[in-house]
Design a protein around this ligand. Sequence first.
Ligand SMILES: NC(=O)c1ccc[n+]([C@@H]2O[C@H](COP(=O)([O-])OP(=O)(O)OC[C@H]3O[C@@H](n4cnc5c(N)ncnc54)[C@H](OP(=O)(O)O)[C@@H]3O)[C@@H](O)[C@H]2O)c1
Length: 295
Amino acid sequence: MRVGFIGLGHMGAGMAANLLASGHEVTVYNRTPGRAHALVARGAHAAGRVPDACRGEAVVTMLADDAAVEGVVFDGEGILGSLGRGAIHVSMSTIGVALSERLAAAHTNAGQRFVAAPVFGRPDAAAAAKLFIVAAGAPDALDACSPLFESMGQKTFPIGNAPPAANLVKLSGNFLMATVIEALGEAMALVEKAGVDRHRYLDFLTSTIFTAPVYKTYGELIAERRFAPASFAAPLGHKDIRLALAVAETLRVPMPFASVLHDRFLTLLAQGGEALDWSAIGQLAAKDSGQATAS
Ligand SMILES: NC(=O)c1ccc[n+]([C@@H]2O[C@H](COP(=O)([O-])OP(=O)(O)OC[C@H]3O[C@@H](n4cnc5c(N)ncnc54)[C@H](OP(=O)(O)O)[C@@H]3O)[C@@H](O)[C@H]2O)c1
């Protein structure tokens, strides 16, 4: 397919590379142009402006947050004013449900199609085309996107016709992951203060009844105190809990754990954790219990 790709950060760079490797004709745009060089060297076309990435059948966005997506879509020279009739905006960033509703309506009014396709998996999974993609949109649009999804992910889960449903599922998933990180941090702080080795403790957990990848991945990062460089930066994790709470407020669904996690991220950011991985909230319980942070 002829496809534009906007947002070449930790995730987007690997995803765009996989589109290229699968033979798609890819035009890349990034706010900081230098990040496009490696992809251009591998055969991507460089777009100097957003409209130059909107000339194909689809344009993918993989941007940090709602503000970034709003800017790239709605600004004067944005996607909305540039994408052809019938072409598809595939939004793969983790954004809020309300923004997804706005995007769906705006693209429909402009005669374009909109698919929300947020992803599960960290940058290593993005680079290896092993993402799990949760996709929602009109069936014809989802069908048209399937060659793109096959190039970037290991499995796609169609979740319905209404794009915001995919964003809701993604936010619920990140809320669950953050609860695991916080719970692991508390449990490890507890046993370690009594003298149990946290690495042996984690080995016990992940070899018995906590065998899911989320326990292994985040348990290892917490046990090794390996929070830098960030693969998923703490401000983005904070953003996801904020967005989960926002939709919970709209739907009147109390989520007390999410409120606690929101405060945990605030604590991390207030204490200088801006550049750390979001899993660094898993170290707060150890700090609160007076334990040294060094391994
Ligand atoms: N990292 C993960 O593990 C992970 C996993 C699943 C989902 N996600 C989600 O995927 C999205 C991207 O995450 P990431 O880790 O790749 O983030 P990242 O490395 O921080 O990259 C963010 C991208 O957004 C661009 N951007 C930020 N603000 C912008 C603005 N105002 N206008 C235009 N472009 C802007 C950045 O451009 P510059 O290069 O110019 O800064 C960069 O291309 C986020 O929604 C995140 O929640 C991340």
